[in-house]
Design a protein around this ligand. Structure first.
Ligand SMILES: Cc1cc2nc3c(=O)[nH]c(=O)nc-3n(C[C@H](O)[C@H](O)[C@H](O)COP(=O)(O)OP(=O)(O)OC[C@H]3O[C@@H](n4cnc5c(N)ncnc54)[C@H](O)[C@@H]3O)c2cc1C
Length: 445
């Protein structure tokens, strides 16, 4: 528990560092983690202001690319492809700013050390995450002894702007929402730096973006049935917001359509961009406000903001709870059973569950309505350990986010915050949300 809160304390020291004088020839390393963007990225922006030279760095850390104990990849093919696309766009953005991206693979601390030996680094600038695996990697880097400046960047509301200290985050979402809405403060997104000045010798070193094959995956072909046909990257995220808000005005009907199952525009499809950090939640919020000011504000536009608050709620709950958030009410390393395999492969007695599980298997995406149903079915009907389901989602989802995934799973399993019996009547749900069976035919045929 302490480690997450300690990270916040460290992230809050960013203010006191701003006034530091520049020592001569300072070289900053900006560690791009799940913040694959140039705009509204405080770590990059600050490094460019404070240091004379900046090395943009990304590492595919072995921890996230080693199979889970079940044998499934920890980062599956769909998310890997999305990351590769996002990195390629980030590299192009950085090249336009006069720099490049150093992409590597291995143990992050060791990879940073290799750079440090060639180009002594005066400070590492990084976004920090409150989750145990990310913090462990951060600790490994900290052990190198290079000064670090951490920035808490991935939530809509900065922890210092919450109306309560992070360790007092309300237990129940409604309390969290009401309190935060009462004194809402959302920081203005930062622009991209004007230029990123990088050591000349380093520019010659920059290595190519890996390919799917480097991770043991074949290139993927797109499933025409997929509800998520979008590509990764910061520019793609901007296009998606433009499409969903300004071009099609789909946002105006979001509240009515968000429980949809087929097609791209029943919901925003921003989750993967937010999870990889191709766009910040503050930028999404700003665009939403721009839309409301120039067009219309209604219940639907409010509801997108409401969902972003759910995202923040899980992130702050993870921060408050530490390891417990990920392990509550589960056995140690639960075993994969034949029943679980039937669920995973979409071979249960429930066609609605099967359709959703096949969509996930073949595309890496599933609607929120689907996720709720399959999670409830696994835990409450099949009586399987929720943790296995969460791990399969982690492996498979394009938009996997540790806090949103494990938070939603524990919530639905009734073991997390606000523990209530959340049993879905699957047949009734199918009747309401797939009344003509079109979705089930699409995937079960
Ligand atoms: C069991 C389960 C696991 C989930 N795992 C993830 C995950 O790993 N990553 C992830 O981003 N979302 C997860 N969700 C939440 C939600 O299903 C997805 O965010 C949503 O379906 C993504 O589609 P969208 O971007 O079109 O969402 P929209 O409906 O357009 O919502 C807008 C944004 O709000 C946020 N959001 C919406 N619903 C939730 C929610 N329930 N919890 C947290 N944030 C939310 C997302 O960032 C989303 O992009 C999970 C939900 C369940 C029930």
């Amino acid at each position: 528990m302490k480690s997450g809160i300690a990270a916040i304390a460290a992230a809050n020291t960013e203010k006191s560092h701003r006034s530091m004088n520049k020592p001569s020839e300072t070289t900053a390393l900006v560690w791009f983690r799940n913040s694959l963007r140039a705009t509204d990225f405080k770590a990059l922006y600050t490094a460019c202001k404070e240091a004379q030279l900046v090395i943009p760095f990304y590492c595919f850390d072995d921890h996230f690319h080693t199979p889970l104990y079940t044998g499934w990849p920890k980062t599956g093919a769909f998310r890997t492809r999305f990351l590769l696309e996002s990195l390629e766009e980030l590299r192009l953005s950085l090249q336009k700013l006069g720099s490049d991206l150093y992409i590597t693979r291995g143990i992050t601390a060791a990879e940073i050390m290799k750079i440090h030996q060639k180009f002594p680094i005066s400070c590492i600038y990084l976004p920090t995450y409150p989750t145990p695996e990310e913090l462990d990697i951060e600790k490994g880097v900290q052990a190198l002894g290079i000064p670090m400046k951490r920035f808490f960047e991935h939530t809509l509301i900065h922890p210092s702007d919450l109306p309560f200290p992070p360790e007092k985050v309300p237990h129940v979402f409604t309390d969290f929402r009401k309190k935060t809405e009462k004194s809402l403060r959302i920081q203005e997104p930062l622009p991209s730096p004007e230029s990123v000045k990088t050591p000349e010798e380093f520019l010659n070193l920059a290595c190519p973006t890996p390919r799917m094959e480097d991770f043991g995956f074949s290139p993927l072909s797109d499933d025409p049935r997929s509800a998520f046909k979008l590509k990764g990257g910061e520019i793609q995220a901007t296009h998606r917001i433009d499409h969903y808000f300004f071009k099609t005005h789909s946002i105006l009907r979001y509240k009515e359509t968000r429980n949809g199952l087929i097609g791209q525009d029943y919901s925003s499809k921003l989750s993967a961009y937010l999870a990889a950090g191709c766009v910040s939640p503050r930028t999404v919020f700003k665009q939403l406000k721009t839309y409301e000011n120039h067009n219309e504000a209604n219940e639907s536009t409010y509801w997108l903001f409401f969902e972003l608050l759910w995202r923040d709620f899980f992130h702050f709950t993870a921060l408050k709870s530490g390891h417990r958030f990920f392990k509550i009410g589960t056995e140690d390393r639960p075993k994969v059973t034949p029943k679980f395999e039937e669920w995973r492969l979409g071979q249960t007695c429930e066609p609605f569950v099967n359709a959703n599980m096949k969509e996930l298997l073949h595309t890496g995406f599933m609607s929120n309505r689907g996720r709720q149903n399959v999670a409830s079915f696994l835990v409450h009907h099949l009586k399987q350990d929720w943790y296995l389901g969460a791990m399969w989602f982690e492996s498979q989802l394009i938009d996997y986010d540790p806090c949103s995934n494990y938070g939603n799973w524990t919530y639905l399993a009734g073991v997390g915050n606000d523990p209530r019996n959340r049993v879905f009547n699957i047949k009734k749900q199918a009747d309401i949300y797939d009344p003509h069976g079109a979705y089930q035919s699409l995937w079960n045929a």
